[in-house]
Design a protein around this ligand. Sequence first.
Ligand SMILES: *Cc1c(COP(=O)(O)O)cnc(C)c1O
Length: 404
Amino acid sequence: METETQNKEKPDAPVNARRGYALDTLAARQSHFFEPRTGAVCTPIFQSAAFRHPALGESTGFDYSRCGNPTRQELEETIALLEGAKYGLAFASGMGAISSIIKIFKPGAHIIVSEDLYGGTYRLFNSYYSSYGYSFSFVDTSDFSKIEKAFLPQTKGIFIETPSNPMMKITDIKMCAGFIHQKGGLLIADNTFCTPYFQNPLALGADFVVHSGSKYLEGHNDTLCGFIAHSKDEYEQPLRDAQMSEGAVLSPFDSYLTLRGIKTLALRMEKHWSNALAVAKWLQTNSKVKAVFYTGLESHPQYALSQKQSRGHSGMISFYVKDIRDVKKLLSGVRLILFAESLGGVESLITYPWVQTHEAIPEDMRRRAGVTEELVRLSIGLENPADLIADLEQAFEGGAAGEK
Ligand SMILES: *Cc1c(COP(=O)(O)O)cnc(C)c1O
């Protein structure tokens, strides 16, 4: 790949520097516009563990699928293109990608982390990496003064999730990058919620992007995958070595499914956004709802910042109910929306972070971040928004509307 780093200042210019194609074109047509050997319009599933060597000391570029696979490579190049990165690496899950990115730091390193973040990431850092000599400070990174306060002599990096999960707080990517670079450290941004279609952290100064591709990128609630995207030559080989040595690689079939999902990323994200905006506006008018957190609402406290660093909004909404009994009503009353623990797919899901996605986080930290018993999270899918609103309405009423 001879990609150039995307240096675009303005997030409203979604054109990749490599080919001059817009992001929707790159998502639809991906790294190779067709498979070069056969002309296949879709990248085939190269379901082969090993690849024949033409002669001693010669290789087709592929030897063994843990080290490299043509279907996975097409996906890795595609995520790099979408993120305006030079390099992309695909892993068996988002956690596989996050676990690998932490290894760019040596034991002894201290990392500042968004306190409002995916519970599994908290668990990986706090219960696992902390016993291997790493230390972490979990702070509200949407408040820059808290990052400055958490900085220690041994701080080597900042890991942010923006928008955050589940409170939808926005961290200023450019400001974090400026701060940590001046201290000689690195910025990692989890871009799962926005996807590269709406936000490119590397263009705003982040050094690495990580993704749970299991969410919007793959988009169909049927595959796990994870990514790292970056443009740092000096880190490419160490990251490849980590991927190849540890073996948490994405399979050819899952690579194919993810490539297939990404083809419709642009269409899906636009629809997730308009659907979620309609549902969020309806929730705001609902007398049983205390507060709504959606980055696409003008009432979001950081709406201006999110408009500045992102081009759109995902399908993720969180809200507080006034009466805690309504949580149970909602979770057991929904018919169309499914009570399940993921996000970013075709099907709308409702989640209770307190006991599901964020249970791994200690209670006091959960409360500090706003993750209380009253908080409900929605991943708005691709159904008709009127049907979703009607479903929530009947669930709030205790399912009184009857079967549709
Ligand atoms: C789901 C998720 C992860 C973990 O990814 P998996 O693919 O489930 O391993 C990491 N970060 C965020 C923001 C997520 O939503």
